[in-house]
Ligand binder design. Structure first.
Ligand code: CO
Length: 142
């Protein structure tokens, strides 16, 4: 069911420092920082030949990554994102297998403008999993 690894997300306390690490130390191509107030994070994407890295910095007082950074003050891998062809079919299959989908179970618009869902880490080997629809459904009901 899952397809390509779309990105690995790394939570960071300080975006400028993290950008320096990826751009200057590791020599990667780093996007501009984009605030996503509806998700409580600022994101930066790093293009690699086979996938992307998403840097996440808390934005606003109720950021969903604030607790993670309290536990991991130097930052750390926050989630991994797999592509699926049909996010509704994927969700229904996972629910029928007893997996927990976070929130109200309805796909939200993710950082790339495509529908995403998050799955409970306890059901997926201790890893928070994001599913992203691989591309806009041409007949989609977004
Ligand atoms: Co993500």
């Amino acid at each position: 069911m899952i397809g390509r690894l779309n990105h690995v997300a790394i939570a960071v306390a300080d975006m400028e420092t993290a950008i320096g690490v990826y751009r200057d130390t590791l020599g990667a191509k780093v996007s501009d920082a984009v605030g996503q107030p509806e998700h409580g994070v600022t994101t930066v994407f790093i293009d690699l030949p086979n996938t992307k890295i998403e840097l996440l910095e808390p934005l606003g007082p109720d950021s969903p990554i604030a607790k993670f950074l309290e536990r991991n003050p130097s930052g750390g891998i926050h989630h991994i994102c797999y592509e699926v062809d049909d996010i509704i079919a994927a969700r229904d299959r996972l629910l029928s297998q007893g997996a927990r989908v976070l929130g109200d179970g309805k796909p939200k618009r993710g950082a790339h403008g495509l529908p995403v869902l998050f799955l409970h880490p306890k059901d997926f080997c201790g890893t928070l999993v994001e599913l992203e629809q691989a591309s806009r459904d041409p007949g989609g009901q977004e």
